[in-house]
Design a binder for this molecule. Structure first.
Ligand SMILES: [Zn+2]
Length: 105
């Protein structure tokens, strides 16, 4: 499966598919967002200074009888006021909802 088609299939608009790893039973999808300015939730100033990264694994519903794991590289920003915060992913909450409602294959 091509990364473009999986991005479309998963309906991922905010994130880029960096890499795909496929085996007979599992598809690992590596995701990352593009850096952009974020508004600090603490003081309201915008910052684009990256603090660090953390990887989060999200279980997606199966596609073609394969388990799909999203591996998201979450970016953490730091503000001049000292506040550190993660970027937000609206697709994540959507996913959680879909994952729960999706019948297991
Ligand atoms: Zn701030």
């Amino acid at each position: 499966m091509h990364s473009n088609s999986i991005s479309k299939l998963l309906n991922l608009k905010e994130v880029t598919v960096k890499k795909l790893e496929q085996s007979d039973s599992v598809i690992n999808v590596y995701l990352e967002t593009k850096p952009k300015e974020h508004v600090c939730p603490c003081c309201g100033l915008s910052t684009s200074k990256i603090h660090d990264y953390r990887t989060q694994k999200i279980k997606h519903f199966p596609i073609n009888h394969k388990e799909v794991i999203l591996i998201l590289r979450k970016r953490r920003y730091v503000c001049t006021c000292g506040k550190r915060f993660y970027e937000e992913y609206s697709f994540l909450t959507k996913y959680m909802r879909i994952s729960k409602e999706w019948p297991s294959v």
